[in-house]
Design a protein around this ligand. Structure first.
Ligand code: GCU
Ligand code: CA
Length: 386
């Protein structure tokens, strides 16, 4: 997927670098400004809003881009909100950037550097790739050309794929005009680093990895969305911006702010012997959590809120056995006490049980631990008031 890269002058990288690892600069006019949102938007809500705005009226390019893996010329870029650009394509794995990466896959160097002037390392930093210059040599460029849209190195983006949502930064560029004989010129969209692929659950091999379609990249332009940090902490700093980006974009797209958010149990993890099942009717999402039938069996469910506070946490559950399935509820390791989960008519019948819980802003882990030898009830989802 890669070829010769141009190294930016170290001086340019130094000029971009800031002392604080995650400093936010003043926003440019016409860009979305990072700001604390009153409510928390889920990735599914934001992706639905993005897709609703990927319309012809919002198309930025006049000539289609090439899907980097399928080779179809059907990838377009849309301005889905002020200063926010989105495209859907496949993901081909870019393995550039050798420092501090010992992987033998790596080739050459990335175009952009971390805040210490080191080339970004594809196995450590989730990044996406755009064309190096305007292939058509026209202005405005018929293809989406980052230099025309206030997009610079380490520019933040959200990447969505099959229910997952990660943060990524602009880390590398495709080959320039002088190498258009390759199949890898600047009209292509879809390449991203090994780390991006692995965070999205995509085969991440630098030589054989990638998926054929369905990755949506949403780029936040402007200097307030440039992520600072080193190869060692850029991933952490980038993921720390995800909820802020979801909330900022969610609010700017004019959707109704949610008064509660629902998180599917199947996004969580189970203790030994548990499974995520779909063999009973009426669940939401793709299934439900079925813990092992043992005292101490649990399911951990991540939930996200924008602002810290005491929230009502409501479990949607089923207990088709005859006895209740009491369970200890804990948040980030701190127990809130035991919640009773009374029996339901059968395993296809769902009921709710609620508890009040102090949550931190950002992601919290809610654990449901069965206290009896039956384990926990089947857990479908958790709804959190915002
Ligand atoms: C049945 C049912 C499961 C449930 C289990 C239990 O096997 O199909 O969904 O989890 O009983 O008793 O926990
Ligand atoms: Ca069970």
């Amino acid at each position: 997927m890669s070829s010769t890269r141009t190294r930016l002058a170290v001086a340019a990288a130094a000029a971009l670098a800031l002392a604080a690892p995650l400093a936010i600069e003043d926003a440019h006019a016409g860009t979305v400004t990072a700001a604390p949102a009153a409510t928390s938007y889920t990735p599914a809500q934001v992706l639905a809003g993005v897709q609703a705005n990927m319309t012809t009226a919002n198309k930025v390019n006049s000539k289609p881009h090439i899907n980097t893996m399928t080779r179809a010329q059907n990838v377009n870029v849309y301005q889905v909100a002020s200063g926010v650009f989105a495209y859907s394509s496949s993901l081909a794995v870019d393995d550039d950037g050798s420092d501090p990466d010992p992987d033998p896959d790596h080739q050459g160097e990335t175009t952009f550097q971390d805040s210490n002037g080191k080339q970004l390392a594809a196995h450590h930093v989730p990044f996406y790739v755009l064309g190096d210059d305007c292939w058509d040599r026209k202005s405005p460029c018929p293809h989406f050309f980052y230099k025309e849209h206030n997009i610079k190195g380490r520019q933040f983006a959200l990447m969505f794929y099959q229910g997952k949502c990660i943060g990524a930064i602009f880390g590398d560029t495709q080959t320039g005009n002088d190498q258009t004989t390759s199949d890898n010129d600047s009209r292509e969209l879809g390449e991203a680093s090994v780390k991006s692929a692995s965070l999205l659950g995509i085969p991440s091999s630098g030589t054989t990895g990638g998926v054929d379609n369905g990755v949506t990249v949403v780029i936040f332009s402007g200097s307030s969305w440039i992520v600072n940090g080193t190869n060692a902490n850029l991933n952490t700093n980038t993921q720390a911006l995800v909820q802020n980006a979801l909330d900022t974009l969610g609010a700017s797209m004019g959707g109704t702010p949610p008064t509660s958010s629902t998180f599917e149990a199947e996004t969580g993890t189970l203790s030994a012997g548990g499974t995520f099942d779909s063999n009973h009717l009426g669940f939401t999402g793709t299934g439900f959590a079925n813990t092992a039938n043992a005292a101490g069996a649990f399911v951990d469910i991540p939930v996200t809120v924008a602002a810290a506070g005491t929230k009502t946490v409501t479990f949607r559950y089923s207990d088709g056995a005859t006895a209740a399935r009491p369970a200890t509820i804990s948040v980030n390791g701190a127990s809130l006490g035991t919640l009773n989960f009374p029996a339901t008519a059968n395993w296809d019948t769902w009921s709710t049980a609620s508890i009040s819980a102090p949550l931190s802003s950002g992601t919290n882990t809610i654990r449901v631990t069965g206290t009896t030898a039956d384990g926990a009830a089947n857990i479908d989802s958790v709804t959190v008031s915002q």
